[in-house]
Design a protein. Structure first.
Length: 165
């Protein structure tokens, strides 16, 4: 009976891992970058993007688009990390310093939930046409042009409109 119960519990654990729900990432490091640029080397001489919990959350959010993010230009423009004061943080970075208007991302970190969501703007692979995408849970959803809020004063506007908290 004990062996059967152990097999059932093991099966339930595997099923839970394969259900498509990512485990919450440890996003506590993002608080250290408040008011700082994501490229600042604050913890372990690494930028925000290379912190283990941050990287885990980005992989989970971006799915196949994470590979494009990983190829970003380390010297591309960026903006200091901002918070809403309630555990949500936003970080913006250009992926390519030569074409920032068509290749950038805004990352929203929900530190209590341990998840990230990304508003990703890309002109790569679209014949130069700019495309905005909402990346969450490993899935991409097309947005209207300027859906990523380029030029908006409220950095959380796209999250409020397209994402979840």
């Amino acid at each position: 009976m004990k062996a059967l119960r152990e097999k059932l519990m093991g099966g339930l654990m595997v099923a839970g891992l394969c259900s498509g729900h990512a485990a919450a990432a440890d996003l506590s490091a993002v608080k250290q970058w408040m008011g700082e640029f994501p490229s600042a080397r604050i913890i372990a001489n690494k930028p925000l993007w290379d912190q283990p919990g941050i990287e885990d959350a980005l992989r989970a959010a971006m799915g196949e688009y994470f590979a494009k993010f990983a190829q970003r230009n380390a010297n591309a423009p960026e903006y200091p990390v901002t918070s809403d004061g309630n555990g949500l943080f936003v970080a913006w970075s250009c992926n390519n310093s030569d074409d920032c208007g068509g290749n950038q991302m805004t990352v929203y970190f929900n530190t209590p939930a341990g998840i990230a969501q990304v508003c990703f703007r890309s002109s790569e692979g679209t014949g130069g046409k700019v495309q905005d995408l909402w990346l969450a849970g490993g899935k991409a959803r097309p947005l209207p042009i300027n859906g990523c809020g380029v030029g908006q004063r409220d950095p959380f506007a796209p999250l409020k409109r397209y994402g979840g908290t």
